[in-house]
Design a protein around this ligand. Sequence first.
Ligand code: GLN
Ligand code: ZN
Length: 757
Amino acid sequence: MVQSSVLGYPRIGADREWKKALEAFWSGKLEEPEFLRQLQDIRLNHLRKQQEKGIDLIPVNDFSYYDHILDTAAMFGIIPSRFSYTGGVVPLSVYYGVARGTKDAAASEMTKWFNTNYHYIVPELSGASPVLTENKPLAAYREAKEKLGIEGKPVIVGPLTFLKLSKGYAPSETDAWLEKLLPLYVQILQELAEEGVQWVQIDEPILVTKLSDADVQHLHHIYTTFADAVPGLKLILQTYFESVENYCDIIKLPVHGIGLDFVHGYAGNLQSIGAFGFPQEKVLGAGVIDGRGIWKASLTGKLELLKELAKAVPSDRLIVQSSCSLLHVPVTVESEANLTSELKDALAFADEKLNELVLMTKAFSSEEATQGELEQYDRAIQVLQQSAVRNRKEIQTAVSAISAQEPVRSAPFAERHAAQQTKWQLPLFPTTTIGSFPQSTEVRKARQSWRKGEWSDKQYAEFIREQIDAWIKIQEEIGIDVLVHGEFERTDMVEFFGEKLAGFAFTQNGWVQSYGSRCVKPPVIYGDVAFIGEMTVEETKYAKSQTSHPVKGMLTGPITIMNWSFVREDIPREQIAYQLAYALRQEVEALEKAGIGMIQVDEPAIREGLPLKAVEQFEYLAWAVKAFRIATCTVQKTTQIHTHMCYCEFHDMIDSIEAMDADVISIETSRSHGELIHSFEQNTYKLGIGLGVYDIHSPRVPSVEEMTGMIDRALRVLDPNLFWINPDCGLKTRGLEETVASLHNMVEATNAARAKY
Ligand code: GLN
Ligand code: ZN
């Protein structure tokens, strides 16, 4: 009988009860025993749900108190020495110290989990001597069995992935580290085997990246060690997010099963199986239900795929599973009350995906009985497909005409730069900010009153204007050259635009974990995106009317809007980006017409969409750059286009940034202690650029000297005539006083630089 399997279930709970419990515990409102009890309830609830739906292989140990990579490090006692950890089971205070920092010790670094928006805590290996502090997978297995009678499938982060994601050791020390870690893994597995565990899922997503020969050998060493130590335990080597590289090496490993992603790695994995077959003695975990997307699967299509796979693997050796952990999707569509039925019917979050897995498994075992059911299921997607929202002919025609041309400005940069200098007469090293100013409690309260209907539109608009007035004055007093209106009317840089464009929907409860207790609720781009009316002109125009300085308009770019949303899957992402770009172009043109001569189109998330495979990266960057240019290329040469980037390392994409052809870019630099500056050494960047001179993530006011240091370093590699001075990012999370003080220092540092250069 073919079985259904889940690779991991969301932790946060349908009402984000997990997040609430964590935050209550951190703030001291919840005592540890009660906190542990609440988390156990949540965990058991999730297991029960999967049991009731009829999932065969239910994951255990996928649950976490913060992050599963941190859990793995803690299980091995790998805790940086700056935390006072003395051995044994890692106490919660230390565990959360590593994740969030303490008053004496900085938190460990946090970084993106492959190409998702989930962030994990980077283990720091230097100085650590790993020991097994507790067998967490075993505890999770026992709990599920004792409390619910579930024969759970423990999930463990594999050694190669764990090492590759860790820092604090040299590549040449990999062997030595494996020698330290493998006995601990073996002990875990032996104890699981003794307990009678049947399946263990070992996650090795690193296998979708290109491995060196040495790593292939490591892999071989790891899995033969396991096979020798626990021959009876069924290990499924699990990969996800892409097709595997080194397929032929991987299928030779002595494991019982291999899990492959047939959604995000569809073509590559299918091709490998077609070309090289699949080993007769192994089980194939067929990841056919998308663990990352929010749409219903076409189950008739998935059934065809399973049949295709069954040509290579007999059906009794197939497991029908999610493509990756369901961690990346919201919990359930059920509670959504505000969506149109056309949209709601087409969605499948985690719980609905459980239904899909069960239905698929059933259909695959006895097709006759359920063919009708599958066809019925697929109808919702077809209905949405045919809906008017996905068939705006005028948009499709306009976008295909526009994207067929090369989007170029009317003049090359040198000519634009000269014309802009003549028009704006900016001083050497113009100063500016990234857009937002502090969103005080007053601002947030006002927005809430307005949303609840307690405030009229007029009242709210007046309030926003007062904020703009106040901050225009502050900027003038400080002596900033290019002003902004402050973005007080925006909660979020994507949501704000999504609410004003056609083609977007907003869920009430569609939260997913981003890092720790922080969750995000991405908008849903479900139809053709269309410009309905001006989005930012009123506030920007108002700001401009209050000052004689230039005021920069502020938009979120097409790629950032797309990468921070859940998007439709019936058309390529490239097309969605062009639709967004076309809509934003209309806003850019409206701003220009209203007399706004500087317009910033932010693309902080441009690197986040970068595919894992090199060939695809190239294509992605090409169309992402093109989308930005579609949005910005139609303005006059005197209109200055700005962009802004942050959150990521950009050193490997300077060429693409240059190709965006923005007159000025402001880019985060100080948070990474100026490391980005090196990237410009070989690179003669020829457009306007402001490398952030101070980190905005902390309330600390940086000194003039610090900023002078950053300016001097930058000017060693950049042309002074193209250099701007600005903070790293927007200031909306900062307080009033520290913001004003920091900007004062920034202007002072600028004046000093002007005297010097
Ligand atoms: N203009 C936005 C702001 O200042 C940019 C935010 C961002 O880069 N994340 O808030
Ligand atoms: Zn930013």
